[in-house]
Design a binder for this molecule. Structure first.
Ligand SMILES: [Zn+2]
Length: 473
């Protein structure tokens, strides 16, 4: 097949044509969530754009295998192996066990993904499933003398590598060494940039999950997870590794260091990174203001898919500024779009020539460094074009294999919901009238019974000076 997809490779700092290791196949690895809290919509931006990359590859004909880990152990508050274990922190906060927290937030993560039409990767593997694989890799690194024991922990020796800071230019490298100065000094390390592969001595003695290892009872570092889990399912040579730009350093830098030291050859050819979601003040974080989750957007009345629509209108390599004002505009544009598609006349046969020509334009946009906003423009242009409605409908259906905006289904679902709402309103109003009449006749038992009947159906009544008001509970 023709290799026509191109995207920016952080490793080479160029937009490159994607050429897989095996023709027609694409192996993809994604760093999964650390399941100690709900996912922030900023993190979900990365997953949306990675989903778009996967679907683009499938759309143009690649057989994709995608793997993702679930970090349920070993990720400390600082990515540079210091601070408290995030999972333990979550467990303490909610008075639950670490495994309970992991289960709850893994489910919550996939529920959010489902609402954003993010396909679940072919393989999802929790880190706690792979302890023996981590130990094997660390043992090999010890034998090859890339790792050393110090103060009870096992560290990766970054001085053994010709180029540890593989993603960075010379100036950035100096800065990164500086960054390391800011974090708490670990006296056990031979070099500032060394990182932990296995902990047996931690400041936090109450670590819940610990395993036997050749170096004592302990738990793995965060970075080793992704190297092992990706190799377990995708072999020793991988095509694409994805993540947010936050992961470039130290996480992905460390993944490459230990994987290539272990393998003795190049590991992954393409590194795909998605930029931050920001607000007016800069990067959004969990500590600042509203903790933006999919549930929060829903509680404010937004259809979560509008957030996906919003993400698709900007390039993955640019910061994306979030505001409710922009989301409102997106919401209005989305309503119009799905109404437009949903009301197209579907009788007749699609025009094959028109279909091919628009599919080519759509593919060209996505293949050009995943230009998703251009792909959306092609959708709008197509809807404006002078061709049969059934052709437009068929094209919208085809484009939605990648865009995943419920283009052909949303309108019908909304119409059905409106009908239900109209029916419900009629029913509630009749009940309110009945209750008012009962009250007038001083039949308070009946009035209360009606109130309770409505409550059971999730309807709350409120007696106000302007009359009875109602809302869904
Ligand atoms: Zn990772």
């Amino acid at each position: 097949m023709e290799n026509k997809v191109s995207f920016y490779n952080t490793l080479t700092k160029k937009v490159e044509r994607f050429i897989p290791n095996e023709e027609g196949k694409a192996s993809m690895y994604t760093c999964g969530p650390t399941v100690y809290h709900y996912a922030h919509i900023g993190n979900l931006r990365s997953y949306i754009m990675e989903d778009l990359l996967e679907k683009t590859l499938r759309y143009v004909g690649y057989d994709v295998k995608r793997v993702m880990n679930i970090t349920d152990v070993g990720h400390l508050s600082s990515d540079a192996d210091t601070g408290e274990d995030k999972m333990l922190k979550g467990a303490k906060r909610e008075h639950k066990t670490v495994m309970e927290i992991a289960k709850y937030y893994t489910d919550a993560f996939f529920a959010d993904c489902a609402k954003l039409n993010i396909k679940t990767p072919d393989v999802v593997e929790p880190a706690t499933n792979c302890i023996s694989e981590f130990i094997h890799m660390i043992e090999t690194l010890m034998q090859k003398e890339y790792a050393y024991e110090s103060g009870g922990n096992i560290y990766f020796d970054t001085s053994k590598l010709g180029d540890y800071y593989v993603f960075s230019s010379q100036n950035e490298k100096e800065l990164l060494v500086g960054v390391r100065d800011d974090v708490e000094e670990d006296a056990n390390k031979r070099n500032k940039s060394d990182f932990v592969l296995w902990f047996t001595k931690s400041k936090f003695d109450d670590q819940e999950l610990k395993w036997e290892s050749p170096w004592g009872v302990g738990y793995p570092g965060w970075h080793i997870e992704c190297s092992c889990i990706s190799m377990k399912h995708l072999g020793e040579q991988m095509d694409i590794h994805c993540g947010g730009v936050d992961n470039i350093f130290p996480h992905h830098t460390n993944e490459i260091a230990q994987s290539e030291a272990y393998l003795g050859h190049k590991w992954c050819n393409y590194w795909f990174h998605v930029h931050h979601l920001t607000d007016k003040s800069g990067k959004m974080s969990k500590s600042k203001g509203d903790f933006l989750t999919v549930s929060l957007l829903e509680s404010k009345g937004y259809d979560p898919i509008v957030y996906r629509f919003f993400c698709l209108q900007s390039h993955y390599r640019k910061p994306l500024e979030f505001s409710y004002e922009v989301l409102d505009n997106m919401s209005a544009a989305y309503d119009k779009l799905v109404k437009r598609v949903g009301t197209l006349d579907r009788t007749g046969t699609p025009d094959k020539e028109k279909m091919a020509s628009y599919r080519a334009k759509f593919e060209a946009a996505l293949c050009d460094d995943l230009n998703s906003s251009m792909a959306v423009t092609v959708l709008y242009d197509m809807l404006k074009d002078d061709m049969t409605e059934v052709t437009k409908y068929a094209l919208a259906e085809s484009f939605d294999e990648v865009l995943s905006l419920n283009l052909t289904t949303a309108h019908a679902i909304r119409e059905a919901e409106n009908k239900v709402d109209a029916g419900l309103k009629q029913y509630v109003l009749a009940k309110i009238e009945e209750r008012t009449a009962a009250k007038k006749e001083k039949d308070f038992a009946k009035a209360d019974a009606i109130r309770n009947e409505l409550l059971e159906k999730g309807i709350l009544l409120e007696d106000t000076r302007e009359g009875v008001k109602w809302k869904k509970a």
